[in-house]
Design a protein around this ligand. Structure first.
Ligand SMILES: [Zn+2]
Length: 115
């Protein structure tokens, strides 16, 4: 059975790859992992921008919009990072969590500013 991660040809009854220990029943998607990790970082960046927009009084509407997007990305990526067995899991979790909190803050402060 060919390993989907490293391509090593394992014996037919093997469960884990003899070369890289990957579980052979699972397909390896390196790009997918990378992309999901980017959501955590995007949530963090959006959250921080959202807060900055309110704090420096640039645009409350933009802060609300970016905060809402950061909120969705943060929630999604936090859940994904928590469940997935990805490298740097805790770093992505932290990014998502901080992004989520910052997005909520930016969204709410922006909203209070408008009304
Ligand atoms: Zn392998």
């Amino acid at each position: 059975m060919k390993c989907s991660k490293c391509g090593f040809d394992n014996p037919e009854n093997a469960i884990f790859c003899e070369k890289c220990d990957w579980k052979l029943s699972e397909t390896y998607f390196p790009e997918m992992r990378l992309n999901r990790g980017i959501f955590s970082i995007a949530a963090l960046v959006l959250g921080i921008i959202s807060v900055c927009l309110v704090v420096f009084d640039v645009s409350s509407i933009a802060a609300i919009v970016l905060g809402a997007i950061g909120l969705m990305l943060g929630g999604y990526s936090f859940n994904y990072s928590r469940l997935a067995n990805m490298p740097n899991k805790n770093a992505y979790l932290a990014c998502s969590a901080i992004g989520l909190i910052a997005s909520v803050a930016g969204f709410m402060f922006g909203f209070v500013d408008v009304i």
